[in-house]
Ligand binder design. Structure first.
Ligand code: 13P
Length: 254
C-alpha cells in the first residue's frame, strides 16, 4: 500500500529566511521516527534552496507554482526544470488563491504537463466557491478536473495528486465554514469516478487529498472518514506543534 501524504502549504509565509529555517528544522527534528507517512513542505520559492541544505531524509520539498516554459524569455517566472534541478520534487498547481489572481484551468493544464515533463509531482488543487443547493458544485469540480487534465496521458495520472480544497472552508476565506469528513468523502468518491472514467485502471493509484483549515483536532476524522490519501494543511503547517501532530496522527492510522 502506498504511503499517506501530509503536505504543508506555507503560502507567502514566513516573512524571513531565518524564520523559515527555524520552522523547517523544528519540524525535521520531531519526525525522525516517521516511516509510513510522506511529508512534504511547500515554502516560498525564495527559501527552497536554503531549506534543501537542512539535512533530513524525512521531508520532501515542493513549490507553490511552476511555469510551463522550460527556459527563456519569461520574466518573473520559474520553470519546473529549474525547481527539479535544485532538488524540488512536488509542485502545487491551480491553487484557488492563484486562480483568484487570474490563473485559468488552461494555464494549470499547461503547467501540469510541463511539470510532469520536468520530473515533478503535480498537486492539482480543485474546489468550489460555494455549496449551492442545486449541487452545481459537482459540475464545477468536474469541469476543473477535466480542463486541467486535458491531454494528460494514462501513464501520468498515477503521478498526479489531486487536492480537494473547497474555497469556503479555507482558513483565510471570509465567513468560512468547516467542511466535514462527509462533505469530503462525497467529493472524493466523485473525483475518483471522474478520473476512473477518463483514465481507467491507471487512475486507481492516484492520491486524492483534502485541504481547508485542517488542523490537529480534525485531521484524524478526515483521514479516517474522508476517503482521502492525505492532507494539505495551510495555516496549521506554520505551527511546528500542530503540523507534527497531524503527521503523527497520520502515521498511527497508516
Ligand atoms: P488552510 O489550512 O489555511 O485553510 O489552507 C488550506 C490551503 O489552502 C492549502 O493549500
Amino acid at each position: 500500500m502506498s504511503k499517506k501524504i501530509i503536505i504543508g502549504n506555507w503560502k507567502m509565509n514566513p516573512l524571513t529566511l531565518k524564520e523559515a529555517e527555524k520552522l523547517f528544522s523544528g519540524i525535521a527534528k520531531e519526525i525522525s521516527s516517521i516511516k509510513k507517512t510522506e511529508v512534504v513542505i511547500c515554502p516560498s520559492f525564495l527559501y527552497l534552496e536554503k531549506l534543501k541544505k537542512i539535512r533530513t531524509s524525512k521531508i520532501k520539498l515542493g513549490a507553490q507554482n511552476a511555469f510551463w516554459g522550460e527556459v527563456g524569455a519569461f520574466t518573473g517566472e520559474v520553470s519546473g526544470e529549474m525547481l527539479y534541478n535544485i532538488g524540488v520534487q512536488y509542485v502545487i498547481l491551480g491553487h484557488s488563491e492563484r486562480r483568484a489572481l487570474g490563473e485559468s484551468s488552461n494555464d494549470v493544464n499547461k503547467k501540469i504537463k510541463a511539470s510532469l515533463e520536468a520530473g515533478l509531482i503535480p498537486i492539482l488543487c480543485v474546489g468550489e466557491n460555494i455549496r449551492d443547493e442545486s449541487h452545481n458544485y459537482f459540475n464545477f469540480v468536474k469541469t476543473e478536473i477535466e480542463e486541467c487534465l486535458m491531454g494528460v496521458s494514462k501513464n501520468s495520472i498515477s503521478k498526479i495528486i489531486i487536492a480537494y480544497e473547497p474555497i469556503w472552508a479555507i482558513s483565510s476565506t471570509p465567513n468560512r465554514k468547516d467542511a466535514t469528513p462527509a462533505d469530503c468523502l462525497e467529493m472524493v468518491i466523485f473525483i475518483r469516478k471522474i478520473i476512473s472514467d477518463k483514465f481507467r485502471k491507471e487512475a486507481y493509484r492516484t492520491k486524492i487529498i483534502y485541504g481547508g483549515s485542517v488542523n490537529e483536532k480534525d485531521a484524524k476524522e478526515f483521514l479516517k472518514n474522508g476517503g482521502v490519501d492525505g492532507l494539505l494543511p495551510g495555516r496549521a503547517s506554520l505551527d511546528v506543534k500542530k503540523f507534527i501532530e497531524i503527521i503523527k496522527i497520520c502515521e498511527v492510522l497508516n
